[in-house]
Design a binder for this molecule. Sequence first.
Ligand code: C2E
Ligand code: MG
Ligand code: MG
Length: 749
Amino acid sequence: MNGSPFSCAASLTRARWDSRQAVLDLLIESGNQPLFLAIQRGLVLVLPLIMVGALAILIRDFPSASVQQMLDAAFGPQWRIRCGNLIDGSFGIASLALLCALSGTMATLYNQRHSGPLVSPIMAAVVVLSCFFVITAPGDTAIWREHFSLNRGLLVAMGVATLGSWIFLRLARIEWLQLPFRMMGSDPVVRDVMTVMPAGMLTILCFGGLQWALTAAGVGDLYASTREWVGHPFTEAGSSLGTGLAYVSLSQILWFFGAHGPNLLFAVEEHLLIPAGLVNAAALQSGGEPVFIVTKSFIDAFARLGGSGSSLCLIIAILFASRDVGSRKLAVFALFPALFNVNEPLLFGIPLILNPSYLIPFLLTPVIQTLTAFGATALNLVPHTTTVMPWTTPPLISGFVATGSASGVVMQLINLALGTIIYIPFVRLSDRVREHRGKRVLSGLLRAAESSETGIGGRKCLDRPGDEGRLAKALAEDLALALKGNLQLFLEYQPQIGAKEDAVHGVEALLRWSHPIYGRVPPPVTVAIAEDMGLIDRLGAFVLAAACAQRAAWRGQVPDALILSVNVSPRQLLSPTFARTVIAVLEQSGLAPHLLELEITESTVLIPDRLALDSLRQLRGMGIRIAIDDFGMGHASLRYLQELPIDTVKIDRSLTCGGPGGLNEHIVRSINELSRSLGILTIVEGVELDTQLTRFLALGCDTFQGYLFSRPLAPGDCLRFIGARQKNTQPIGVPSAGDRSVMVSRETV
Ligand code: C2E
Ligand code: MG
Ligand code: MG
C-alpha cells in the first residue's frame, strides 16, 4: 500500500490530526503556565468592578438626549455625580485592583506548586503594591490616581505585578534570605510573613533601583513614555488605508497585552482621525465631496462593533457555537454593555487579554472589517463618514448616523456576520482547550472519588484543593441542575451471563452523566459529588426509579427471572428514608421485589450503623436481593458473608487479573466455595478474555459480567442482546471449534 493514494491520504490526515493535537497541547500547556493562569484569574477576579464600571459608564454616556433628560427629571442632575463615583470606584481603581489580584494569585499558585516557606498571597499583594507606588512615583500626586485607572494604568499594573511577584517569589525561596522565625511564636501567619520578610524588602528595593535607572534614562512617567513611543510612527502619517490598518492592528496588539490601545494611541485619533472626520463634515456642508475614508467615526462604526476586537461578533459567535455554559452566561451578561461598545466584560471575563486561543481573531477581525468597509466606501457602495458621534452609539444605529445612509447599516451587518464567522472556529477551539484541560483535572478527581480519603470537611471531591476542587464545585452546580432536568443523566445496562442456564441472568444498571463540556463524567465522580453535596438521595432515587421502570417495561420481552441490579452508595444507605424510597419505587413501577437486587459496596458493610443494616434486613425480608459489590478489594472479610443478609457476591475486577495458580486465583476459589456452601451466588466481574472465563469456570464460578460478553448498553441494545442470547443455544465455556467466534459474536451482539 506504501505510496498508494490511500496511504498518502491517510498520512496526510494523520499529519493534520497530529498538528491539530500539537496546537491543542500547546494551548493547554501555555494556559497551564503559572503566569498565564495568574493573569487569567487575576483578570477574572476584578470582574465585579468591571461590570459595575461598564454599566455606570453606559448610563452616564448613554447616547440618547431624551434618556438623559428622563434621568435628569427622575433623579435630578446629581445622578451624573453618582455615576461618576461608581466609575471612579470601579474603573478608576481597576488597575490597582488587578495588581493585587494578580500578585495574590501568583503567590497562591506558587504555594500550590512549590514546597518551602508558605508565601502569604496578601503579603505578595502588599509588597507588589509598594513596588507599584515606588516605580510610578510621580511628582504630582494627582497623577497617581490616573495610574490606578483602567484606562491608564493597566499595562504598568500588569507589568509590575508579574515582575514584582516573580522577583519576590524567587527571593522567598532563597534559604539564606529567610529569617529563622519558623520555630518561634504561636501564630503561623506571623511566622510565615517574618520568614520571607527580607525577600519582600529586597523586592521593593529592586523597584527603587529600577525607578532610579528609568529616571536617569529620561523615563519619568512610564505611561506617558509608552504613549509617546507607540504614537511616534504616526506623526508623519496621513489618514490613508495604511494608517487605518496600522492604527487598528496596533490598538488590538496593545489590548492583547493589557494596554488600553485606543487610549495609548489617542494622539492618532486627536491629530488624524477626528480632524479627517471634521474635514469630511465641512466639505459636505459646503456642498463639496468628503475626502477621507478613514475617520474616527469610520473606525468606530465599522471596525469596533461592540468595542475593540469587535466584541459583539465574539458574543454572537459564543452564543451561536460555544458549548460552555459559563462562556454563554458571560456572553449574555456582556451583551448589553457591548451593544454600547463597552467591551471590558469580555476582555476581563473570557478573558481576551493574553489568551492565545483568541489571539488570531482578536487581531484579524477589525483588520478585515476595516478592509471591507474601506473597499465599499472607495467603490461608493457606502457613503463617506461625515458625522462625529458619541463612541457609545450602538452598532446599526451608528452605521446610519455616521454615513447618513441605510447602506452604512448594511455594511455593519456584513461586518458583523464576517466577524462572527471569523470568531466561530476559535470559540470552538477555546471550548476544546477547556475540555481537554478539564478532562485532565477530571481524571485526578476520579482518583479522589475512588479513594477512601476525605478532606477536612469530610468531603471527597469538594474539599480538593486547586483545580480539582474548583472543577468539583462547578460539576456540583451542574449536577444539581441536571437532576432537575434529568436530561443529561441516564442509565446503561450491563448483562450478567449465567453459564449454567446459558442465558442472561441479570443486568446491572449503571449511571451515566453526559456533561455538555466534559462529556461522560465517570460514575464514581458523579456519586462522590452527589454525596458531598447531600444530593445522593435524589440521585439514588432517580437511578432506582429509572431502572425499575425500565425493567418493568421489559416485562414479557426478557426472561421472567431476569434480575435488575442497582448500585447503592454507602451514604444513600445511611439515609433513614432509604427503605421507604425503595418500597415506593417498587410500588410505582409494579416490579416484583425478587427481581430487584441492591448492590452495596464492601465498605458499606463496615459501616457500624444499625439503621443501615436494619433497612437492608427489612428490604431483604420483602424479597429484595442484596449483593456485595467489588468483593475482595480488601475492606471486608469472608466472615461478613456469613453475618450479613446477602444473596450475591460480586468478585472485584482486581481479582480477575493474574495468571493461573496465582494468589488471586486462590482467593477467588475460597470466596466461591464459601459462598456456595452458604447458598450465595458469585458473579465474577470484569471478565475481558476467554482465557479468564475458562479459568473461572474451572474454579466453579458460573455467573459472569464483563466486556467479553458485553459492555454496558443503552436499553434498546441491551434488550436486543438479551433476545439474541435467548436464541443462542451454545452453552458458554464449552470448548468447540468455533469457540472464539462465539465469544466474538457475544461481544458484538
Ligand atoms: P461497579 O458497580 O463495580 O460497576 C462495574 C464497573 O466496571 C462499570 O464501570 C463497568 O462499566 C465496568 N466494567 C464492567 N465490565 C468490565 C470489564 O470487563 N473491564 C473493565 N475494565 N471494566 C468493566 P462504570 O460504569 O464506570 O461504574 C463504575 C462504578 O461507579 C461502579 O462500579 C459503581 O461503583 C459506581 N456506579 C455506577 N453507577 C452507579 C449508580 O447508579 N449508583 C451508585 N451509587 N454507584 C454507581
Ligand atoms: Mg456494581
Ligand atoms: Mg463492581
